[in-house]
Write a protein that binds this ligand. Sequence first.
Ligand code: AMP
Length: 192
Amino acid sequence: MLNIVLFGPPGAGKGTHSKKLVETYDLIHFSTGDILRAEITAKTQLGILAKTAIDKGELVSDDIVIGMMRNKIKQNINAKGLVFDGFPRTIPQAESLDKLLIENDISISTMLMLDVKKQELINRLQKRAEHSGRTDDADINIINNRIEVYEKQTLPIADFYKKQNKFLLINGIGSIETIFGRIQDAVNPFLN
Ligand code: AMP
């Protein structure tokens, strides 16, 4: 299986390139952000719990997101591969993901980190707000908080994967096609 963690700060292009990975390599896409937003729209108990955190640019609790992913992984164990987009976002999530995968006799092939500087992230998120309808993209204070939360709570995961020799840095600046070309160059060696 080709199992990829697509990693990077908010606005780095994880969603865009996850979709392209899914189309190109016939993989299953898991975006915790998309799943949580769908729960909010459906006004489920989980959605109500998640909304408070998302609206502030904070992280939803590890228990909630790990529980969500446990079921999704079990249901897709026969896929060609999985793309994790926006998950894991904390060290406990990364540790749990490893455990969940081991339980199912699979593992992460590589983590790809999209490298984009802070001002470019802010520009992209503000532009996305014009059509995404996402309130967390529309407010500069929430954007800044999301980037800060990323730096404090999420960035340490890069070391977690570096220690496992599963970390590849991708230059996230350029056209979508140029960046995706770099991603394909990184991913192709993992194909059987
Ligand atoms: P995203 O669509 O990946 O930008 O995520 C939007 C928001 O959903 C984040 O700012 C968090 O509040 C929440 N979220 C998404 N994924 C996670 C995760 N793995 N852990 C905790 N919160 C998450």
